[in-house]
Ligand binder design. Structure first.
Ligand code: SF4
Length: 180
């Protein structure tokens, strides 16, 4: 059985993704590392929701101790319109590195279920990291199951975020703008 580490961006994207990979025969653990979520209180609300889901699903979860907000901003300031690429690299390289250290066979991310994310870019970053680390990146396009995932979490009454994560995405969401 393949041991799979799933980078988890939030409970609502994780629910279906975890079921899907379990159905493929993987032994799944979740990995939490999201220093792109601002402010810290928002990060904690989303983490608590993820921990609650993990308990409900009997899902082992590894929570990275670091909240590397400074690294995040050092990486994106000056090229904010392309910030998602750095954001994916930061989060997925930590996931691939942890998978390697802890002896997992493969890694993936719940970001692949979201129609709001830059899907092809996530795939590209995951495959590049697989080449660099030698840990397999499991790819599948789950975007059509996004609403199924939300149906799973609805009765659990978990905290539900209103923007992607970074301060820029919050500004875009509430001011209805796109940063160029
Ligand atoms: S919009 Fe979302 S994916 Fe892009 S940098 Fe911000 S938090 Fe990361």
């Amino acid at each position: 059985m393949k041991r799979l580490l799933i980078h988890s961006c939030c409970a609502h994207c994780a629910a279906y993704t975890v079921n899907y990979w379990r159905e493929q025969g993987c032994e799944v653990s979740a990995f939490w590392y999201n220093p792109n979520i601002h402010p810290y209180t928002e990060h904690q609300h989303r983490l608590e929701a993820m921990q609650s889901l993990a308990k409900t699903m009997s899902l082992p979860i590894i929570v990275a101790e670091d909240y590397d907000i400074i690294d995040y901003f050092r990486g994106v300031v000056g090229h904010e319109s392309e910030r998602c690429q750095y954001c994916f690299k930061l989060r997925l390289s930590k996931t691939a590195g942890t998978a390697k250290e802890m002896g997992f066979d493969a890694f993936t991310t719940t970001l692949l279920i979201s129609p709001q994310q830059k899907h092809e870019l996530i795939k590209e970053v995951g495959e590049e990291l697989a080449r660099e680390t030698g840990v397999e990146f499991l790819y599948t396009d789950l975007r059509k199951r996004y609403s199924d995932s939300r149906h799973i979490t609805k009765p659990l009454d978990l905290y539900r975020q209103q923007y992607c994560g970074c301060v820029y995405s919050k500004w875009e969401r509430y001011a209805d703008i796109t940063i160029k």
